[in-house]
Design a protein around this ligand. Structure first.
Ligand SMILES: NC(=O)c1ccc[n+]([C@@H]2O[C@H](COP(=O)([O-])OP(=O)(O)OC[C@H]3O[C@@H](n4cnc5c(N)ncnc54)[C@H](O)[C@@H]3O)[C@@H](O)[C@H]2O)c1
Length: 339
């Protein structure tokens, strides 16, 4: 059995990817600070390691077939608030992980990056892997820097693949409601109000979380000669939506029976992306927006989901920092009442 080290394994993607890899008969070493909790079910082929990727020891990379380096500050607003940490984690720590992996004889290193790196694509053009990046935020800049440094480590013995993911949607036990489709679906579920981010013309490719997991597993089993030192956009040519086009999808599914509430200031990021390259090596997505929306509604009903700060990445990081300060200010020898 091949062993995969997955960093950020407790996150939104990791909580779906890890069970999928276990099902596909891989062993997994799940590395995370587990800031959002640990939703990974016990399994004889899974071990969890509570470590920070900024300081992780090289010994954990021994006897690993591949690293999937998901750990990151995972969206633009969090990157703006925690910019120093975003460069430390998304760029420096993942570059360090890739170097440790190479040194310890790991065969493949997969860097989950983002289509956000395209920033604003002008004149309705479609960005492909060769397009010049235009990262507009600290999050996108840190990811672009990681891509640039890490791809140079590729060699005959060390396969490096970078994949730029579309904006994800779909259910994960570590539920993110700060992703466009997930947040919009929650609004309909909660009170029949669709929250729509201004001004609605911004374009984004969308990708179901199960397809993201499938793509990563596809890279694990694809011949290194095909994917080494390569960058792939992950998504589907039919899933480049403007937010207004997404509203139309919701109207079709819910027969127009909801109100619309605009929020935010106009989003500068707008990009349509080509997925021809990943299609050419044989990968196609399976799950469309409608599938994801209906799946989410089902899960929200079944699990009686109530939105909390833990479902909004930035709110939760701020809350953790505040809680940490409160605890520090009233503890003695790291203890509260039970001295
Ligand atoms: N979700 C999306 O739409 C999307 C789109 C494109 C790219 N991505 C990328 O995919 C990756 C995973 O995204 P996600 O949606 O699962 O995010 P997430 O925030 O749910 O997960 C990130 C995980 O990393 C962990 N983590 C953060 N800093 C750490 C550190 N220093 N050491 C150890 N663990 C740490 C967190 O505890 C969390 O479990 C990120 O790199 C993100 O940028 C996500």
């Amino acid at each position: 059995m091949k062993k995969i080290l997955v960093t950020g394994a407790g996150g939104y993607i990791g909580s779906v990817l890890v069970p999928y890899l276990l099902k596909k008969k891989y062993k997994v070493l799940a590395v995370d600070r587990f800031f959002f909790g640990n939703f990974l079910k016990k399994n004889k082929n899974l071990s969890c390691l509570y470590q920070d990727i900024r300081t992780i020891d090289k010994k954990y990379f021994n006897n690993i077939y591949a690293v999937i380096d998901l750990a990151a500050i995972s969206n633009d607003p969090s990157g703006e608030n925690f910019s120093k940490e975003t460069y430390e984690i998304n760029h420096i720590a993942r570059f360090r992980n890739a170097k440790l992996a190479k040194k310890q004889g790991v065969e493949k290193y997969l860097l989950p990056s983002t289509c956000s790196n395209y920033g604003k694509v002008k004149d309705n053009k479609i960005a492909n892997e060769e397009s010049k990046l235009n990262p507009l935020t600290h999050y996108a800049k840190a990811n672009s820097m990681a891509e640039k440094d890490i791809i140079k480590l590729a060699s005959n013995k060390f396969c490096v693949t970078i994949f730029r993911q579309s904006t994800l949607f779909g259910y994960s036990p570590r539920l993110r409601l700060d992703l466009a489709i997930n947040g919009m679906t929650y609004g309909i579920f909660k009170n029949n109000v669709l929250p729509v981010m201004r001004d609605g013309t911004q374009k984004r490719p969308m990708l179901h979380i199960k397809d993201a997991a499938r793509a990563m597993e596809y890279f694990l089993k694809t011949d290194n000669k095909i994917i080494n030192k390569q960058i792939f956009n992950i998504g589907d040519n039919t899933a480049n939506y403007s937010i207004i086009e997404l509203v139309r999808e919701f109207k079709l599914i819910f027969k127009n029976k909801f109100k619309i509430k605009w929020y935010g200031t106009p989003d500068q990021r707008s990009y349509s992306v080509s997925f021809d390259k990943i299609n050419k090596i044989g990968f196609k997505t399976k799950y469309n927006a409608e599938y994801g929306i209906l799946e989410l509604i089902n899960k929200f009903n079944k699990n009686k989901i109530e939105k909390k700060s833990i479902n909004i990445t930035l709110e939760w990081y701020k809350e953790l920092e505040n809680m940490n300060n409160v605890i520090k200010n009233c503890s003695i020898n790291n203890k509260i009442l039970k001295l």
